[in-house]
Design a protein. Sequence first.
Length: 273
Amino acid sequence: MGPPAPARVAFIDSGIGLLGYADALRSLRPDLELVLALDPDHMPYGPRPHDEVRELVLALARSAATYEPTAIVVACNTASVHGLAALREEFEPDVHIVGTVPAIRPAASTGGPVAIWSTAATSSSDYLRGLVDAFASDIETHSIAALGLAEAIELADPDAIDRTIAAAVAASPRDVSALVLGCTHYGLVGDRIAEAWSRQTGVDVTIFDSPVAVARQTLRRIGLEPDEHAAPSAAAPTVLLSGRPGHLPERLAAYPPGAKLLGRPDPRPTLSS
């Protein structure tokens, strides 16, 4: 009998926000095989009706499930809001379903004030208000719609990224000490956000994101411990584009996680202007 097959984990998202989450898991367990299921035909999910988002998320998960993953990580805040219950009903207990939650609780531990950047749909959602009530009810919080930022990141357009970040900083109170990234895309330009905040306000802000926490939760769910020195998987990530086998676009090499998954040199600093 040969060695056991390596564990395989799938990530689903409307777009490239899953890159940072897949990279975080691979950093903790480089021996894991990855399935990356993106939905370019329907990205972004934010403006779509809830029922449509749920059906799109189910379709993504079904396409990924054909590769028999041990777990499916929903690396998208909008997809987690509208699709987690349906995914768990359909796939668990055979396949573990792991959602994504903005890092409001650790940000609240700073004492605030806290700004939460997210898409327009998430910023006004009952879901986000519920998280704030649960984890940050006793501190000052501000929900900021970072309009167009996810779309600019998806296109790897540095000028559009700079404009949308600048607008979101301008819309945020100046006394904020902690910034929660409430869209999985935003972490791909976290350094750029921090630099813009410092430049525009003259003060630094602590950024809170969730890829590492989600990666650790995924490992707990599939019964593995972190092992950064495990022999890396020889298998390239399987990529699905709206259910079709495909490849990661070369433009994603502009981001460090994308460059790693593509086998390209580290592009830091993230995105040249």
